[in-house]
Design a protein around this ligand. Structure first.
Ligand code: GDP
Length: 442
């Protein structure tokens, strides 16, 4: 994790900010002797950003005579180790001589510094915030660690420094062209999962048959399809258990959850001779809730009666039952003859690409402004809800945070409007999109 150090003279609110960032998790006390004594560390979460935070408070009870010297060591050690430092001043008091001195140490440091004018919850702190500019450390973030104000601004200032790690995640790189497509095939017993896998592999690696409960292999299979790597991440246990315990909720098995969790794209296999059942919808919903890309494949199409009305019926029931996402791909396959399998894999690769997509900041904000302009948020009680800006905090699945005021009052229908219009305008396709609204006060 990237590391953020919190520095500043005593009483500017370092520990309060630390506690806000780390939340309920207990801070560790590092008791190595010397400069790092008394410092606290913890894992912080800030609107989707994750980082390690070091609080350099702890010298506040020291002899004030020796304070600057010891503080300097403490501060410099923490800053040197960090990817970015938050330098706090007390906006109510403005810049003190000790603040100015710390700023001098910090200006010569190679670590980027984010200046924070804390305790800025009231108008009376405004002059102190302006005063902070003269420290020569750029624009101060005006916030109140105690009241949770200005957190969105802090996020924006920290983000360029701590997000890098997330972008470099090896997992994310795997989502690019070269990594294997991790696919899970789920569905009720006898839908034809094993047969489909056999067909994809083109060899009898798994045992299938008309009897339930016959699959024995453990399943973690790699193969290539049209020169691209595919990895099946189903667990065999899931199938066995599902087959032998008919009454047991299939989806409640840990194996089913694990398969979905391991996959990038989940294929829900239906049986054309049985149609869509309630449990299929439940499985589909949980795949979406887990944030995985979903494809529906109707198997045994070779023996389907009345094919077009069957297809339309299933498609309509899915649109109604899975209102969260419109346009989830529905394909027909025959595991037995192999028909439709190329289309299935090609759709899976395309979904994986959408699921891994990072939208450029420019495109995202242009879309956001246009969407809010075309259909402004409502004004409950005569006061308009303001949506200020949007940022993509993650991919796989694409995850966005919208900042604004009074966002908790925004109706679900408006949120859905934004998600659907984003999906359409930014080419995200029918993959799950996580979309959170935040007001500065959290
Ligand atoms: P699983 O429980 O989902 O793994 O299902 P299996 O792969 O064991 O298949 C169950 C039964 O359906 C077997 O008798 C298969 O031969 C049959 N089956 C699977 N796919 C097809 C298909 O595409 N067409 C037809 N006609 N039968 C299939």
């Amino acid at each position: 994790l990237p590391t953020v150090a919190i520095v500043g003279r005593p009483n500017v609110g370092k520990s309060t900010l630390f506690n806000r960032l780390v939340g309920k998790k207990l801070a560790l006390v590092d008791d190595r002797p010397g400069v790092t004594r008394d410092r606290r560390e913890g894992d912080a979460h800030l609107l989707g950003l994750e980082f390690r935070v070091i609080d350099t408070a702890g010298y506040e009870d020291e002899d004030p005579q020796s304070l600057p010297g010891r503080m300097r060591k403490q501060t410099e050690a923490a800053v040197a180790e960090a990817d970015v430092a938050l330098f706090l001043i007390d906006a109510r008091e403005g810049v003190s001589p000790l603040d100015a001195e710390i700023a001098r140490w910090l200006r010569s440091s190679k670590t980027p510094i984010v200046l924070v004018a804390n305790k800025a919850e009231s108008r009376a702190s405004q002059p102190g915030v302006l005063d902070a500019y003269r420290l020569g450390l750029g624009d101060p973030v005006a916030m109140s660690a105690e009241h949770g104000e200005g957190v969105a601004d802090l996020f924006e200032s920290l983000r360029p420094h701590v997000e890098r790690e997330e972008l470099d995640e090896p997992e994310e790189e795997e989502g690019e062209e070269g990594g294997p497509l991790k696919i899970a095939i789920v569905g009720r017993p006898n839908a034809g999962k094993s047969t489909l896998v056999n067909r994809m592999l083109g060899e009898e690696r798994m045992i299938t048959g008309p009897e339930a409960g016959i699959t024995r292999d453990s399943i973690a299979l790699d193969w290539e399809w049209q020169g691209r790597k595919v990895r099946l991440v189903d667990t065999a246990g899931m199938r066995k258990r599902a087959k032998v315990t008919d009454k047991l909720e299939w989806l409640s098995t840990a194996d089913a959850k694990k398969s979905i969790d391991l996959a990038e794209v989940v294929v829900l296999l239906l049986d054309a001779t049985r149609g869509l059942e309630v449990q299929d919808l439940r499985i589909a919903s949980s795949v979406i809730d887990e944030g995985r890309a979903l494809i529906i494949a109707i198997n045994k199409w070779d023996v389907a009666d009345n094919a077009s009305s069957l297809f339309n019926g299933i498609k309509a029931a899915l649109e109604e039952g899975l209102a969260q996402i419109k346009g989830i791909p529905v394909l027909t396959v025959s595991a037995k003859t192999g028909k439709g399998i190329d289309q299935l894999l090609s759709a899976a690769f395309e979904l994986r690409e959408q699921w891994s997509r990072r939208v450029s900041t420019g495109a995202l904000n242009r879309w956001f402004e246009a969407a809010v302009d075309a259909n402004p948020p409502p004004a409950p009680g005569g006061k308009r809800i303001k949506l200020r800006y949007i940022t993509q905090v993650k991919t796989r699945p694409p995850t966005f945070v919208v900042f604004g005021t009074r966002t908790t009052e925004l109706p679900e229908s408006y949120r859905r409007y934004l998600v659907n219009s984003m999906r359409r305008d930014l080419g995200l396709g029918p993959v799950p999109v996580r979309f959170t609204l935040r007001s500065p006060k959290n």
